[in-house]
Design a protein around this ligand. Structure first.
Ligand code: FES
Length: 140
């Protein structure tokens, strides 16, 4: 199953972000995500053996559905949270940046309250196979 993601015109496409991994990159397994959770995940390019340039991803699970957004606030382009324990969210409903507290909808990443209202998180398309393996989709 491939998740779709529409990106508003003022939001960069995920694959144009610095250190964006290749389509097909493994992101994890659905059964490792608690229902209603947001997991901060970092992906490194194979050539980045020192792991200095992470591509930061937020993985969200709601039932059997998994979504991914770049961990990049639409306001200043910094992570919504730098550490897992700092991630603020309402399960299945919203995510909140812990810098200036902009709130983003879980369903589509749109900012509905805060300094970047109307802008969106950068959605990353996923493929989740029958075994629950999560990969970045082959299509952008
Ligand atoms: S950097 Fe996220 S709300 Fe300002």
């Amino acid at each position: 199953m491939t998740s779709s993601c529409s990106t508003p015109s003022n939001t960069p496409a995920w694959h144009t972000l610095p250190h964006a991994p290749a389509p097909g990159t493994l992101l994890g397994r659905r059964d490792a995500l608690e229902d209603g959770s947001v997991l901060l995940h970092e992906v490194y390019a194979p050539a980045d053996s020192a792991q200095q340039n992470p591509f930061r991803v937020l993985l969200l699970r709601s039932g059997t559905e998994v979504k991914a957004y770049a961990n990049r606030c639409a306001h200043f382009g910094v992570p919504l949270a730098a550490r897992q324990e700092h991630m603020q969210f309402v399960p299945h409903v919203s995510l909140t940046c812990n810098v200036h507290y902009a709130r983003f909808r879980w369903s589509d990443g749109l900012c509905d309250r805060g300094d970047c209202e109307g802008d969106s998180l950068v959605a990353i398309p996923l493929d989740v196979d029958a075994e629950g393996t999560i990969r970045i989709a082959a299509t952008a």
